[in-house]
Design a protein around this ligand. Structure first.
Ligand SMILES: Cc1cc2nc3c(=O)[nH]c(=O)nc-3n(C[C@H](O)[C@H](O)[C@H](O)COP(=O)(O)OP(=O)(O)OC[C@H]3O[C@@H](n4cnc5c(N)ncnc54)[C@H](O)[C@@H]3O)c2cc1C
Length: 469
């Protein structure tokens, strides 16, 4: 144990959740009361993994632009941040963690009074022949981004005729964003995905719009593809991706975008409670269930889905930062809670903005809900305004009650942030009738006189009435 007068907080994981928690705790309690030791196994801390596709795509100059706070800045603020140091064991009975310096290999134990687990997630890596080959990259941390950039730089600069083919496995938002980034670097990109359409976070009808946009920018997409093997050359480098259909897709670089799983091996070994996804289970103050002195947040936990009424693993930076604030408040002796999420997420491919909140049709069915859907296509500005772009809105509403259940928006400028209106309506438990009456802003450069969200809500009201009980 740390000395009785001065408590010690140990944080495992030095990015969004972990360092937000450490920084908030430091704001609330000074070093004389609370010593803070944070462990980060990588070379970077407090970085934006969300910015990696824009670094790879060349819109952001380098990793330094993605770093919000350096280790030195944290240390100046009174956080003892130990970089390149991995926590390899939690001893809950002894209130201590075992860590390993990844450069020297030396190990030591550190006692704690309070512990924060913020170990994030790791890209899913299916056990396939060749998956460990050079040139096969999962993307989760800034270190992963650096490794990918090294592979890309080996493959040569834009304009080189050979050696510039990329295969992206998976077409979730990370796969789609990475595919666009690689096209920007002049790669010939093929995206192999299992589903009917890319962006499985959308219903397939809306994913079809993403598919068209990807094809339009030269990305080849292969639906229903089951990857079986990564083929390698004599030097052990990836050279092609093979599928169950017997096809081979040549690749100088392979990017895995098939989702992430909570990085909770340490927590599992220590017997901490995990949900079906393998994410840690916490209460609303982000305290690990059944543990007085252990908190957890970010990509390693499950969060409460307020619409589906159950916990799920939804790994997003927006949640991780909020979790960190809540944890820091709790550790610092204050009080804060994270009530849950409605499943809002936005991304883009080329100029097409992609947004969702709440439930897809599949989620609503899984939750046992009876629902209607309404899909409309309108424009992002008044139709006559120069540069008006299409916007498609799909809305799910509960039968009988008309309660809004979910919204997906795909289209031109303004589609992504328009979903925030729907997220607020979902959080407030509004019906589609109430959404129709929302006093949303209008002027020709920003929306038609009836905003696309309101048009979809009107259509949903009609569908609810037509469906009856
Ligand atoms: C390409 C990409 C794009 C994204 N875009 C978006 C977006 O647009 N919007 C959005 O909301 N989210 C986005 N995300 C998700 C977002 O980056 C994550 O949700 C967020 O980083 C999670 O923060 P975290 O602190 O929980 O975990 P992480 O950021 O993964 O940090 C965990 C840290 O813990 C360290 N660590 C793990 N185990 C140990 C250990 N045993 N000892 C010491 N250190 C350890 C890791 O090295 C890592 O640095 C994106 C992610 C990626 C990869």
């Amino acid at each position: 144990m740390a000395s009785a007068a001065r408590e010690r907080l140990v944080v495992v994981g030095g990015d969004a959740a972990g360092m937000s928690a450490a920084s908030q705790a430091r704001r609330l309690r000074d070093p004389a009361e609370l010593e803070i030791v944070a462990f980060e196994r990588g070379h970077f801390t407090s970085y934006s993994a969300c910015g990696i596709p824009y670094w790879v795509g060349g819109q952001v100059a380098g990793p330094q632009d993605l770093i919000a706070r350096t280790p030195e800045e944290h240390r100046t603020r009174g956080i003892d941040l130990r970089m390149r140091t991995e926590v390899v064991e939690l001893d809950l009975a002894g209130s201590r963690v075992r860590s390993r310096d990844l450069d020297s290999g030396s190990e030591s134990w550190t006692d704690y009074d309070k512990l924060v687990l913020a170990t994030g997630a790791r890209p899913v890596r299916p056990r396939l022949p060749g998956i460990g080959a050079h040139g096969v990259h999962g993307i989760q941390t800034l270190d992963d981004g650096s490794r990918l950039m090294t592979t890309l730089e080996r493959a040569g600069g834009p304009g080189r005729a050979q050696g510039r083919r990329a295969v992206v496995v998976g077409a979730g938002y990370i796969g789609v964003e990475m595919a666009e980034a690689l096209v920007r670097r002049d790669y010939e990109v093929t995206v192999l995905h299992r589903g009917e359409q890319p962006m499985s976070t959308l219903d397939p009808d809306m994913g079809g719009l993403v598919h068209s946009a990807m094809n339009h920018m030269g990305i080849r997409t292969v639906a229903g593809a089951e990857v079986t093997k990564i083929l390698t050359d004599d030097e052990g480098r990836a050279r092609a991706v093979a599928t169950a259909a017997g096809e081979e897709y040549p690749a100088d670089v392979v990017v895995l975008g098939i989702g992430v799983e909570p990085r909770t091996a340490l927590a599992r070994a220590a017997g901490l409670p995990l949900g079906p996804s393998g994410g840690l289970l916490t209460d609303l103050s982000m305290r690990v269930r059944g543990q007085e002195n252990i908190w957890s947040g970010g990509d390693c936990v499950e969060v409460l889905d307020l619409v589906a009424g159950r916990t799920r693993h939804i790994p997003l930076g927006t949640h991780a930062n909020k979790h960190g604030q809540v944890i820091g408040a709790g550790v610092g002796g204050g009080y804060a809670t994270f009530p849950g999420v409605v499943g809002t997420a936005v991304s883009k491919v080329c100029d097409l903005e992609i947004a969702r909140t709440g439930l897809r049709e599949k989620d609503a069915l899984d939750a046992g809900l009876r629902f209607v859907t309404a899909t409309i296509t309108s424009t992002n500005t008044a139709g006559y305004y120069p540069g008006a772009q299409e916007m498609t809105v799909k809305m799910l509403a509960e039968r009988r009650t008309g309660r809004l259940l979910g919204v997906q928006i795909v289209g031109g400028a303004g589609a992504a942030k328009r979903v925030d209106v729907a997220a607020v309506a979902l959080t407030a438990g509004m019906t589609v009738d109430q959404v129709v009456s929302l006093d949303l802003g209008y002027a020709p450069p920003f929306s038609p006189v009836w905003d696309p969200v309101l048009v979809a809500a009107r259509r949903a009201v009609t569908a609810v009435r037509a469906a009856g009980a």
